[in-house]
Design a protein. Structure first.
Length: 466
């Protein structure tokens, strides 16, 4: 019997896509023991923006959140999203920091680490992969993830080659991550067939978003074409910029006699639990109705929806909305000059801002942003295709070569840890505290100070009561 399994994303990606990752643990802790019985392939619950959001907005310790989820879902694989050498942000961390982060993630309860790089520069995945293998147990899975994008150089053959490379590197599973939701059913069919033919038994996972309205068709074609796992969200947290609905895809699979391993009663119970949670955040305005709608503009303009709204806001700020059409044409041109990077953060902003600048200044690349300069210097990794030669020479000087961002990483002095410990002093009580500080210094320090103050207050009360 054909089998397709489900990764439930309500705790991470759906939460991130629909409500800016502001879902506190206290809103869902009670349903975790039920979710544990659902039969998901995995529950994506950590990484991405959850870590930053815990510290910055929710006054939660992200590590404690993970331990609580682990405790309440002992039978389910817990999954996180990791941006390779950038961990959870956009900065390039040293190898020893990446290794420690992975070690602590596994120690605190993570089973599956989905590792990606915005540019698909796989050198940025190696350290995290090796650490996953080093500190993992028999239930740990290292998932190699490709940032999906469309361009003249991103052909089926190119994606198949990338998948083969990830398998060669030692990843246990492969994931295609379509963050903009622009993968069509046609593309899914050819990609999944091509990849499955090339990698044999290695499980292939499809992650897409409903943003443009294509996700259900795309997932259906992917299932027909042999995909092993799909990412979905419990239905009240599905659609719009989030994933397709778990129960809906389950129902469709069932009619085709596809085994999913899901318990229908439980997945409905999970949805019933989250309905009032969602309503609460619609009422507070945290869930914007816009994020729940279908927006097909990305298909028309070939730029992700978020990037487009960003550009419109920029142009409005500068009273230059009359240049919108020109800027729209300039985006693909800049992207080509940069060697067709996937349009994800921070590259989408980089390309969008440079396109607007080129149009408003009236001369292409008369002003070049520091981010674009750093990109050409190689600080983000290798571009998917050759960059524009003339522009490269303008930025790097004649004969200039981009740096190899991997060179500095050979050092293993633990310097970042020493500095972080010194900065935190007695605020740091664990390696996890130190890691939070390395990742998000200002937010972590504020959180740890709060924690200390709260404890002192509690201690004072206890004395009075005695
Ligand atoms: Co996503």
């Amino acid at each position: 019997m054909r089998k397709v399994q489900f990764t439930e994303t309500v705790l991470r990606d759906a939460n991130q896509s629909l409500m800016a990752t502001r879902l506190p643990y206290s809103d869902y802790g009670d349903i975790l023991p039920v979710m544990d019985q659902a039969g998901y392939y995995s529950v994506e619950c950590w990484g991405g923006a959850t870590f930053d959001s815990c510290l910055r907005y929710l006054n939660e310790d992200p590590w404690e959140r993970l331990r609580n989820i682990r405790k309440n879902m002992p039978n389910t694989r817990l999954q996180m999203l990791l941006r390779g050498q950038n961990l959870l942000g956009y900065k390039h961390y040293h190898d020893d920091v990446v290794e420690k982060f992975v070690e602590l993630s596994i120690r605190n309860g993570i089973d599956i680490i989905r590792i990606f790089d915005a540019l698909n520069d796989f050198r940025n995945l190696g350290t995290a992969l090796d650490a996953t293998k080093k500190y993992g147990t028999e239930r740990t899975i290292a998932s190699g993830c490709i940032s999906y994008t469309q361009s003249p150089v991103h052909t089926v053959d190119k994606y198949v080659e990338m998948c083969k490379e990830l398998v060669r590197m030692g990843f246990d599973t492969l994931c295609l991550k379509d963050m903009a939701g622009t993968m069509s059913p046609f593309e899914a069919e050819h990609l999944i067939k091509g990849i499955k033919d090339a990698v044999g038994d290695v499980p292939v996972i499809l992650h897409t978003h409903c943003t443009t309205g294509m996700a259900y068709m795309t997932l259906t074609k992917a299932i027909e074409s042999g995909v092993d796992v799909i990412d979905t969200a419990t239905s009240c947290f599905s659609n719009g910029t989030s994933q397709a609905a778990t129960e809906t895809m389950f129902y469709a699979c069932q009619q085709y006699g596809i085994e999913t391993g899901l318990n229908e009663k439980i997945i409905n119970q999970v949805n019933d639990f989250f309905k009032p949670v969602k309503q609460k955040y619609i009422d507070t305005g945290l869930i914007n109705p816009k994020s729940m709608a279908t927006d097909s503009q990305a298909l028309v303009y070939k730029v992700p929806g978020g990037m487009l709204s960003n550009m419109i806001a920029n142009l409005k700020d500068m009273n230059a909305m009359d240049r919108f059409d020109e800027a729209l044409v300039e985006i693909p041109a800049v992207r080509k000059d940069l060697g067709y990077p996937p349009l994800v953060t921070p590259l989408s902003q980089m390309v969008g801002n440079q396109a607007v600048t080129n149009v408003l200044v009236g001369e292409r690349y008369k002003n070049i942003s520091n981010e674009v300069k750093n990109y050409f210097r190689g600080e983000y990794g290798i571009a998917p295709a050759p960059v524009d030669r003339a522009l490269e020479e303008k930025i790097l000087g004649a004969g200039g070569k981009p740096v190899d961002c991997r060179i500095e990483d050979s050092r293993r002095t633990g310097e970042d840890f020493i500095k972080a410990r010194e900065a935190l002093g007695e605020l740091a009580e664990s390696e996890e505290d130190v890691m939070s500080y390395i990742c998000f210094p200002a937010q972590a320090e504020k959180f740890l100070q709060n924690r200390k103050a709260e404890r002192e207050k509690k201690a004072a009360y206890t004395i009075v009561e005695m």
